[in-house]
Write a protein that binds this ligand. Structure first.
Ligand code: 5AD
Ligand code: SF4
Length: 460
C-alpha cells in the first residue's frame, strides 16, 4: 500500500525473501505468511489495513500456524499496540528494519510467538556516533538488491535518500520514516549500473524530498544536481526521472541539469499543497505562493517542454473559501499535467492534529471535487496540446482495458499502454511483445489523463 517508496520496499523485501528460499503465491488463502506493507499518510489507508487484518484473524482461527506481519509506516506508528490490539499479528517491522524480515519470519516460525522490530523514535535519537552506525545499516536492503528481480522489464526505482526533515504540520512521514539520510553517490550509481546491465533502461530516483539530496564526505559535497549528473552518465540509461520534489529545494542548478543532460526527463512532480499563503504558513511548507509561482516560471523558462504535476490538500484547518479559490487558481496558473488531490486527514502526533479540524466533511468533499474538476479542465488542455505531435513512448504492456478482454485481439490490435518522457500515459494499438521497447507514437486524440495515437513503425 501507499507511495512509490513502499512499492520499492515491497520489491526489495520480495527479492530478499526469495533469496532466503520463500516462494510468492497469488492465492492469499494458500499462503503460510501474509505481510502487509502499510501506509500511514491518511486515516483511510490505515483503515484498509485494519479490515484486512480482521480477515486474516478469521483465517487464523482455522490455521494457527499462519504468520501475519505488519510492515512499514503503520508498524512504526503503532508499534507494540499492534500486537496488543491484534493478537493475530506476529510481526511488526518498521521501514528501516525490513532487511531483517527473513530472520524475523524464521524466528516466529520457530517459536510461534511475536516479534517487534522498530526503528528508534526520532525524538529519542542521540545523533553523532549512533547516527553514523545507522548510516552503515540503513541501506542494507538496497545494497542486497537482485536487479534481475525488478518486476518491470524496462523500468526500476532507486532510493537516493530515506526519511524527511521538513515537518510539514499535517504529515506523519518525518515521524514514521525518520530523519532524512542520503545514500552515498557511488552506491546509487552502482545500483543503477547493475539495473542497466540487467536490461532496465529507465530509472526513477526516489526520495521523500528527492531534490534535497545532499552527500557530504570530507570537503566534498554532492547536491541533487551533482547526483543527477553522475547517474545520467551511466551508459545505456535512456531515461532518468526523480520524485518527489520539494519546492524550497528546487534550485536553478537542478533545472540546468534537466535542460543539459539528454537522458534526464522533463518531468517535475513538485507538490504545492495549497495556493494560499495563509494555509502554506500553517502547513509549515516554508515557501510562499510567489516563490512557488517563481519556480514554475523558472522551470518553464529553462527546461523545454517541461511537464508539471502537483499534490493538493483540501480542507486543511482554517481553510476559507478564498484560500480554496487560491488553490484552484494555482492549478490553472501552473498548467499541471495531473494533480493528486487529497482531503485533509488529521494524523495523531503531528502539529496540525492540535489545530481544530474545522472544515466540515461535506465542504472537504465539495472542494475535493471542485479541484478535481479544475484539474480535469487544465489536464485536458495540456494533453490536447500534444495532438498532431509524435512522441517517444516506453511501452509498459497491454492497457488495463486490453488485459480485461476475454478473447485475444487480432495481430497488432491489442491496446498497448506506455509513457512519454514527460510521464504522459499513451495508448495505441500494437503487439504485446512491444513491452519494454521504445516506439514513436503520433498523437491523434487526448483526454484529461491520456494521449491516444498510432504507432510509427520504427521500433528501437
Ligand atoms: N492528509 C491529507 N493528505 C496528506 N498528505 C500528506 N499528509 C496528509 C494528510 N494528513 C498528502 C500530501 C502529500 C501526499 C503524498 O499526501 O499532498 O504530498
Ligand atoms: Fe511529508 Fe512534507 Fe516531508 Fe513531504 S516534505 S514527506 S509532505 S513532511
Amino acid at each position: 500500500m501507499g507511495c512509490q517508496m513502499n512499492r520499492l520496499d515491497s520489491e526489495l523485501v520480495i527479492s530478499r525473501l526469495r533469496a532466503a528460499g520463500h516462494e510468492m503465491t497469488d492465492d492469499r488463502k494458500s499462503a503460510d505468511v501474509v505481510l502487509f506493507n502499510t501506509c500511514s499518510v491518511r486515516r483511510h489507508a490505515e483503515q484498509k489495513v485494519y479490515s484486512r487484518l480482521g480477515a486474516e484473524g478469521q483465517r487464523k482461527q482455522h490455521n494457527r500456524r499462519l504468520i501475519v506481519g505488519v510492515l512499514g509506516c503503520m508498524a512504526q506508528r503503532e508499534g507494540e499496540q499492534l500486537l496488543r490490539n491484534h493478537p493475530q499479528v506476529n510481526i511488526v517491522c518498521s521501514p528501516g528494519q525490513l532487511a531483517r524480515l527473513a530472520e524475523l519470519i524464521e524466528h516466529v516460525a520457530g517459536t510461534g510467538g511475536a516479534v517487534l522490530a522498530l526503528d528508534p523514535d526520532r525524538r529519542a535519537r542521540g545523533g553523532g556516533a549512533e547516527e553514523e552506525a545507522d548510516r552503515d545499516e540503513f541501506d542494507a536492503l538496497d545494497l542486497s538488491r537482485d536487479p534481475s528481480q525488478s518486476p518491470s522489464v524496462a523500468q526500476a526505482f532507486v532510493r537516493v535518500a530515506r526519511g524527511c526533515d521538513k515537518f510539514c504540520s499535517y504529515c506523519i512521514v518525518p515521524f514514521v520514516r525518520g530523519p532524512e539520510v542520503s545514500r552515498e553517490p557511488s552506491r546509487i550509481v552502482q545500483e543503477v549500473l547493475r539495473l542497466v546491465e540487467a536490461g532496465r533502461t529507465e530509472v526513477t530516483l526516489l526520495g521523500q524530498t528527492v531534490n534535497s539530496y545532499r552527500w557530504c564526505d570530507g570537503g566534498r559535497t554532492v547536491g541533487f544536481a551533482g547526483l543527477l549528473e553522475q547517474v545520467a552518465a551511466v551508459g545505456g540509461l535512456r531515461r532518468l526521472r526523480f520524485v518527489t520534489s520539494h519546492p524550497l529545494d528546487f534550485g536553478n542548478d537542478v533545472l540546468h541539469a534537466m535542460r543539459d543532460l539528454p537522458n534526464v526527463c522533463p518531468y517535475i512532480h513538485c507538490p504545492a499543497q495549497s495556493g494560499s499563503d495563509a494555509v502554506l504558513r500553517r502547513m509549515n511548507r516554508k515557501y510562499t505562493r510567489a516563490q512557488y509561482d517563481d519556480l514554475v516560471d523558472r522551470a518553464r523558462g529553462t527546461v523545454p517542454d517541461v511537464v508539471l504535476a502537483g499534490d493538493f490538500i483540501v480542507g486543511f484547518p482554517g481553510e476559507s473559501e478564498e484560500d480554496h479559490a487560491a488553490s484552484a487558481d494555482l492549478i490553472r496558473r501552473s498548467g499541471y499535467k495531473n494533480s493528486f488531490i487529497f482531503k485533509y486527514s488529521p494524523r495523531p502526533g503531528t502539529a496540525a492534529a492540535r489545530m481544530r479540524d474545522d472544515v466540515p466533511t461535506e465542504v472537504k468533499r465539495w472542494r475535493n471535487n471542485d479541484l478535481l474538476a479544475v484539474q480535469a479542465e487544465v489536464g485536458l488542455a495540456h494533453h490536447r496540446s500534444y495532438i498532431g505531435r509524435t512522441v517517444e513512448v516506453l511501452v509498459e504492456g497491454p492497457s488495463p482495458r486490453a488485459a480485461k478482454q476475454p478473447t485475444p485481439a487480432p495481430p497488432g490490435q491489442t491496446q498497448m499502454l506506455g509513457r512519454t518522457r514527460g510521464d504522459h500515459i499513451v495508448v495505441f494499438d500494437g503487439e504485446p511483445n512491444l513491452a519494454g521497447h521504445y516506439v514513436d507514437v503520433r498523437i491523434a486524440d487526448a483526454s484529461a489523463l491520456t494521449l491516444m495515437g498510432s504507432i510509427n513503425l520504427d521500433v528501437s
